[in-house]
Design a protein around this ligand. Structure first.
Ligand code: UGA
Length: 432
């Protein structure tokens, strides 16, 4: 099948490459000429394990191509996936849909034969209805079908999540589209993915409700971790004990820093805003947003306590600064609040991240990037393990830490407390 992906961010690029790998002809379109030039040269602008190799392979075998020409790419394709960003509006908490609607307008003048137009980006309830209205202005309704087919991939696991999804959700009432899309996804269905066909509005809401629920699950266990810290209970026992109940499930019950990234913070805000618009109050999700916002301050206060409230000139190491492991994404990472706050109080901060230095910290006083874990740990008073990269999972602290009075604050519960304490270090973690 001939597919066109509009937008080459996480969703567009990963889905496009994976669809090409499944044997389709895919053209990935972006208005950013520099990005497209780089992609043609095999340079992938995001860090995602396995992605560069798949881009190179499929570009070489000519199943994957890149272009800045949206109109021509749409004309040449049968299925168009809209994969542009839906960030939070500058003022307010609803999603900014200007990129989606601009793309819809451009597509509108390129419908030369029957096209399936799909929103793969996370778009609020009723966005598909609006796109349909835009397209209907210039085109007969028989010439196109607007479908919602949300993507559920995680950064860092994106390729695996695409190839082995738990489910594929397709929201459409159009018989022809349904038949074509089921056939497009048949390689994934035959590997075990559940295929759910719903109304378009339901598909839009499934995506937001899923992200809001996962954010709730994390926030719930984070609050339970706070209670565990006050009562001498190990939160890991609670996660295991709860997770064994099949109705609850064990995943997304890892306590840690505030959840971040490009999805949960944005999508929880957007779903409450949509619900408000329809005069329906999502009070649970609203408290999740509030609790998660407080969490970075709560952990920061814990850092102050650990250091006996004397922060000035303290040397603090951050291992990992992105919002989680296996990504270079800094969006809504809790380090963006913690590092500047500690610098303001006079701390001297060195950080190491497997994905390199971050522009976000380049103008912050006394914040330095270290090229190796070893350098980052030199002379440190406090080591904060902020993300769960494998690189941090078997550090020989005894050999690397010269200052034996150093304190380790493991915000991802990577290490066993007794193991680190037996090496003579003071060790703190989350909820235990
Ligand atoms: C999330 C969803 O997991 C995907 O299904 C969805 O497709 C994606 O958003 C999206 O809407 O595009 P992602 O933001 O890449 O994916 O990252 P997650 O792995 O879900 O992690 C989100 C945040 O929750 C991170 O800060 C992570 O550290 C935190 N988290 C996750 C926990 O604190 N504990 C957990 O048990 C799991």
């Amino acid at each position: 099948m001939k597919l066109c992906m509009i937008g080459t961010g996480y969703v567009g690029l990963v889905s496009g490459v994976c669809f090409a790998d499944l044997g389709n002809d895919v053209i990935c379109v972006d208005k950013d000429t520099k990005k497209i030039d780089q992609l043609i040269k095999g340079k992938v602008p995001i860090y995602e394990p396995g992605l560069t190799e798949l881009v190179t392979k499929n570009y070489k075998n000519k199943r994957l191509n890149f272009s800045t020409n949206l109109k021509k790419s749409v004309k040449d394709s049968d299925i168009i996936f809209i994969c542009v960003g839906t960030p939070t509006k500058k003022h307010g908490s609803s999603a900014d849909l200007s990129q989606i609607y601009n793309v819809a307008k451009e597509i509108s003048s390129s419908i030369n034969k029957f096209k399936i137009i799909i929103t793969k980006s996370t778009v609020p309830l009723t966005t598909g209805d609006e796109i349909e209205k835009i397209l209907s202005k210039k085109n007969n309704k028989k010439k196109f079908s607007v479908v919602s087919n949300p993507e559920f991939l995680r950064e860092g696991e994106a390729i695996r999540d695409f190839i082995y999804p738990d489910r594929v959700v397709v929201g459409s009432n159009n018989k022809k589209s349904n038949r074509i899309l089921k056939s497009l996804y048949s390689p994934l269905i035959s590997k075990g993915a559940s295929y759910l066909q719903t109304s378009r509005r339901a598909a839009e809401l499934i995506k937001y409700a899923s992200n809001a629920f996962l954010a709730t699950k994390i926030t719930f266990i984070n609050e339970i971790a706070n209670l565990c810290e006050k009562t001498g209970v190990n939160v890991e026992d609670i996660s295991i004990g709860m997770g064994l109940d099949k109705r609850i499930g064990s995943r997304f019950l890892r306590a840690g820093p505030a959840y971040g990234g490009s999805c949960f913070p944005k999508d929880t805000k957007a779903i409450t805003s949509t619900a408000d618009k329809f005069k329906s109050n999502l009070s649970v999700v609203k408290s999740v947003i509030k609790s998660n916002k407080n969490r970075s301050n709560l952990l920061l206060n814990r850092v102050y306590e650990i250091l006996g409230k004397r922060i000035k000139n303290k040397k603090i190491t951050f291992l990992g600064v992105t919002f989680k492991a296996n990504t270079d994404d800094m969006r809504d990472s809790s380090s963006l609040l913690m590092i500047p706050a500690l610098s303001k109080k006079g701390a001297i901060i060195k950080y190491f991240d497997p994905t390199g230095s971050k522009k976000e910290f380049s103008n912050i006083k006394n914040v330095y990037y270290s090229k190796t874990i070893k350098y980052s740990l030199e002379d440190s008073d406090l080591v904060i393990i902020h993300t769960e990269w494998n690189d941090f999972k078997s550090i020989n602290f005894k050999n690397l830490l010269k200052n034996k009075k150093v304190i380790i604050y493991d915000m991802r519960n990577i290490y066993t407390p007794t193991k680190i304490k037996n090496q003579g270090f003071k060790y703190y973690s989350i909820g235990r």
